[in-house]
Ligand binder design. Sequence first.
Ligand code: PLP
Ligand code: LYS
Length: 439
Amino acid sequence: MFFHGTSKVNDKGHLEIGGVDTVNLARKYGTPVYIYDVELIRRRARGFKKMFEENNMKAQVAYASKAFSSVAMIQLVEEEGLSLDVVSGGELYTAIRADFPVDRIHFHGNNKSREEIEMALSYNIGCIVIDNFHEMNLLEEVALSMNKRVDVLLRITPGIEAHTHDYILTGQEDSKFGFDLQNGQAEEALKIALDSQHIHLLGFHCHIGSQIFEPTGFILATQKIFAKLKTWSQKYNYESKVLNLGGGFGIRYTEEDEPLAPETYVKEIIKEVKKQTNHHGMTLPEIWIEPGRSLVGDAGTTIYQIGSSKDVPTVRKYLAIDGGMSDNIRPALYQAQYEAVLANRVLDDVEEKVSIAGKCCESGDMLIWDLPLPKAGNNDLLAVFCTGAYGYSMANNYNRIPRPPVVFVEDGEDRLVIKRESFEDMARLDLPLKNKVNQ
Ligand SMILES: Cc1ncc(COP(=O)(O)O)c(C=O)c1O
Ligand SMILES: N[C@@H](CCCC[NH3+])C(=O)O
């Protein structure tokens, strides 16, 4: 068993996070509940910024808000001086609600709508990351009609396969994202951008995948991009001001995962970018990165109440909790692995292996297989670690299960930052059939 951030066991044998007893949090807010260790998020944010600051480099660390977006989260990102990556009108709206400085917002997405582009331009956000030719035309049209000149990056696919789950690979050639670097698409996009009156090309972006444990992929991508940048600087007299190498830095979901510290990823990236600029005799660009998971993933813990159980003799024992794929779809989607303890009896001896089932009407709704636990019953609370990224943000209302609340903890204090969804909330958009009365 290992603990993340400020998590520890208190003198009652309860799991404590941010100086707050999680058993008390479960009583106060009900279960399931997502708890975020704010100090750990701050530590990670500072870790990513540290090497850039020590090297006196112009850089931006943009939090990929798809990992977990809420007004309070974005305010925290602002407190820590990061930038922000959004991928939809909804994420942008949340950033605006949080009063995030618009010039530090970057807009991603492989199919941005005209309305989303208009919204981004009307708020004068920092930059748009153009993904494809369709978007380039659309942006040109919208910028012309609004009489704006827009800072952009071009998203390219450098043809790198990072070691991760197949479904979360994005930097390889056969990907729905970006302009291909090798087959001429990226160069074509560069030419269009350079010719445009309304697009101001800051540079290039790539994102090679997610949950990456080694710097190699980032280094290879940097090398491939620089080889092209060199050609383009000679051919078009264009030098990139910004190189954005995306996110994807891995975290420790289970003891088998061995991620590097944020500082180490950044140190390796800086080293390679400097090496390439020297090698090609080019100017050092600003380096931008976009960590999502690695800023919030291990800062999140979900507390569930254990309910029913079922023995399948000689095969396994199922323990069901009061949530499941509706608040954490990652095990069902990616066979993601998690670790967990009993929040109210952390130090009790392990007595058996149990499999943790969700409450959705779906056999695949299993959160953890073969988890070693003390014998647990329905007075017990299960704490599942590392649920901070792509947990709440991918939560859904399958079976009309309301989404749990989110609580931030820091220095012994807890603060509700997203309320529990109610049945009324879920039915709010429903309209009755003609002639029937809405209940
Ligand atoms: C363009 C882009 N940037 C950043 C991220 C954040 O990735 P992660 O949460 O793995 O750091 C993603 C998601 O994979 C992405 O698609
Ligand atoms: N949602 C995925 C990662 C996708 C990242 C977005 N490009 C996960 O939970 O791991």
